[in-house]
Design a protein. Structure first.
Length: 248
């Protein structure tokens, strides 16, 4: 009982990579872990305990199953004193920030997409970025943009590297979906591929050399279907720009 009380008194920040990043994009996970450590975020991970956020289940219309997943995750989070969740997956972020308060009674855990975390770190001068000479364009993920209105933060981070940001014709709230999310990539692969190719063409039309996105699903779908432009997830782009302290 005393141990349980101590756990509840503990205030921990959880870095939650999301399923796609955890099982496929291991480099992306490691990049963000290093960046979070560099800006002084004291975080823990619950890789072997946490469940999927439940986004695919909820999107498929299985409300009760999504509620069960949310309750199980909430129990695990509470047992480990989680008061805040940071994730780089827009779908997971939307689940924790918007859906879990509706799915779980007494949900009281703050959720933050990592672009929000990094944007604040820039303002607080905790994140210092070396300048990159590059011409880039940015793809707004649906869950981060239209679903939650986060457009400014990713662009602030990219611009802080000194890179020239060249906007696509359709951007922000009018951004063209990559075709990867909501089960489209799994159930309608041809449609998904066609949408990604169309989006990649819009990126190439800007004359940018690099297409950056802040969603692992968008990253993989665009990368597999893009021709003539390099596709990078934000952490991959920042990796060479995060300032390393030089030993004197």
């Amino acid at each position: 009982m005393n141990m349980l009380k101590r756990l509840f008194k503990t205030k921990n920040v959880l870095y939650y990579p999301g399923c796609l990043t955890k099982f496929v994009g291991k480099d992306i996970e490691e990049n963000y872990k290093k960046i979070l450590s560099k800006i002084g975020v004291d975080f823990i991970q619950l890789k072997d305990l946490e469940l999927c956020c439940g986004s695919p289940v909820l999107n498929a219309g299985h409300q009760k199953e999504a509620e069960e997943i949310a309750r199980k995750n909430f129990k695990i989070f509470r047992e480990h004193g989680i008061t805040k969740i940071i994730t780089a997956c827009p779908a997971c972020f939307k689940m924790f920030a918007k859906e879990y308060p509706k799915l779980v009674k007494d949900w009281d855990i703050e959720a933050e997409h990592i672009t929000m975390t990094l944007s604040k770190a820039l303002k607080d001068k905790k994140l210092k970025l070396e300048q990159i000479d590059a011409e880039v364009t940015y793809h707004d993920p649906c869950h981060l943009g239209r679903h939650y209105g986060i457009y400014k933060e990713p662009r602030e981070i990219i611009k802080s590297t000194g890179a020239k940001l060249m906007e696509m014709r359709l951007n922000r709230e009018n951004a063209f979906c990559c075709g990867g999310g909501a089960g489209v990539r799994t159930n309608y692969p041809l449609l998904s591929s066609s949408a990604a190719k169309e989006r990649a063409k819009m990126a190439k039309d800007t004359k940018a050399k690099i297409l950056i996105t802040t969603c692992p699903m968008c990253f993989y779908n665009l990368k597999e279907n893009a021709d003539g432009i390099e596709v990078m997830e934000l952490s991959q782009f920042l990796k060479s720009s995060v300032e390393e302290k030089k030993k004197k």
